[in-house]
Design a binder for this molecule. Structure first.
Ligand code: GCO
Ligand code: MN
Ligand code: MN
Length: 387
């Protein structure tokens, strides 16, 4: 029942199950696996797709001949396993050239190199079948605002996005962009720090229709925000092109934990939002196993991400079918339609009528809401004691 199937669109990045456990305090604890080995690992656990940064697959200094051989071998592994590549992205943060950012770097040569690297990486993504191209501005930020004017940074970011949108259109590629916000790490502060910032930024671009967002659980949680509300805003605006699922304790370092492992209740409301609203993009897990894991445990990590999603999806369906919960919701949202003549689309007449209506303000203030009862029912449903 909780077996992953292609229609669930579960994907992992090469960098997620391939994470070797390096952290600022310690060396790798797991041997590096090749992209081909990782494709087979993902097939074994039942994933539908694999996503990648250009340099997860092709070393930054590979020759054209090496590149072609790597791509050939990778495509062969995709063919053998049936895995697809729905999303691709550019690594604009590892190489020392990007120490001050890529598209927002103060060095114009670095900004031009970032465009060139991204166009090459877009070609690679398209060659592998990607329809979504993610932009995560990992180094697009500062430690000190003495170094860069934040308005200049916004303008540089816009110029790069416009350039790359035009490149995609010029090539005739069927590709959309998804912008991923993060408040900090690896920079002290990253520009466009939340999904809401990204949504506003997109509307200032030359081709806003081809650009949406890729929100990540951990990133809004790092900022102390309600992730489900941010995803809701993106969904409602038709801008949820992709999503990075993982988990994160509030107020901690960038943890990238297994989906649902830290905040089960918010994971439930997130899955319910996605499923109730027919989100049909990838469910991408941008997470990695604990540093204590070996590769057997990495598989358990990957299976756990998908299984928890499917369990929460089933809980969401149960919630929607739970007579007591639904009766409470109906009671809470009961509408007498008494106010209909005054509300909805504005008209001068409605406004005039509303201004002369007398409200019993004290009665409005006396009405309580049974949200404790409702929430306890949801909690018991999640705890598995409601059949
Ligand atoms: C992070 C980010 C990255 C991006 C990835 C794809 O916190 O490091 O979430 O994992 O999602 O670079 O764009
Ligand atoms: Mn992240
Ligand atoms: Mn991410």
């Amino acid at each position: 029942m909780y077996e992953p199937k292609p229609e669930h669109k579960f994907t992992f990045g090469l960098w997620t199950v391939g994470n070797v456990g390096r952290d600022p305090f310690g060396e790798p604890v797991r041997a590096t696996k090749s992209p081909v080995e990782l494709v087979h690992l993902l097939a074994e656990v039942g994933a539908w797709g694999v996503n990648l940064h250009d340099n997860d697959l092709i070393p930054i200094d590979a020759t054209p001949a090496e590149r072609d051989k790597i791509v050939r071998d990778f495509k062969a592994a995709l063919g053998e396993t049936g895995l697809v590549v729905p999303m691709a992205t550019t690594n604009l943060f590892t190489d020392p050239a990007f120490r001050d950012g890529a598209f927002t770097s103060n060095d114009r040569n670095v900004r031009a190199y970032a465009l060139q690297k991204t166009m090459n990486a877009i070609d690679l993504g398209v060659e592998l079948g990607a329809k979504i191209y993610v932009f995560w501005g990992g180094r697009e930020g500062t430690e000190t605002d003495a170094s860069k004017d934040p308005i200049t940074a916004i303008k540089r970011g816009r110029e790069a996005m416009n350039y790359l949108c035009n490149y995609v259109l010029d090539q005739g590629y069927d590709l959309k962009f998804a912008l991923e916000a993060k408040p900090n790490e690896p920079r002290g502060d990253i520009y466009n720090a939340t999904t809401g910032n990204m949504l506003a930024f997109i509307e200032t671009l030359d081709h806003p229709d081809m650009v949406g967002v890729n929100p990540e659980v951990a990133h809004e949680h790092m900022a102390g925000l309600n992730f489900t509300h941010h995803v809701a805003q993106a969904l409602e605006a038709g801008k949820l092109f992709h999503i990075d699922l993982n988990d994160q304790a509030f107020g901690r370092y960038d943890q990238d934990f297994r989906f649902g492992s830290a905040n089960l209740k918010s994971a439930f409301f997130l899955v319910k939002l996605l499923e109730d609203n027919g989100y049909d993009g990838s469910r991408h897990f941008d997470a990695h196993a604990y540093r204590t894991s070996d590769y057997e445990d990495v598989k358990a990590f990957a299976r756990g991400c998908m299984r928890t999603y499917l369990i929460l999806k089933e809980k969401a369906a149960r919630c929607n079918a739970d007579a007591e919960i639904q009766a409470l919701l109906a009671e809470i949202n009961a509408d007498s339609s008494e106010m209909s003549p005054f509300m909805g689309q504005y008209s001068r007449e409605k406004a005039a009528a509303l201004r002369t209506h007398t409200f019993d303000r004290a009665a409005l203030g006396r009405r309580g809401q049974p949200y404790e009862r409702l929430d306890q029912l949801v909690v018991e449903l999640l705890l598995g004691v409601r059949s």
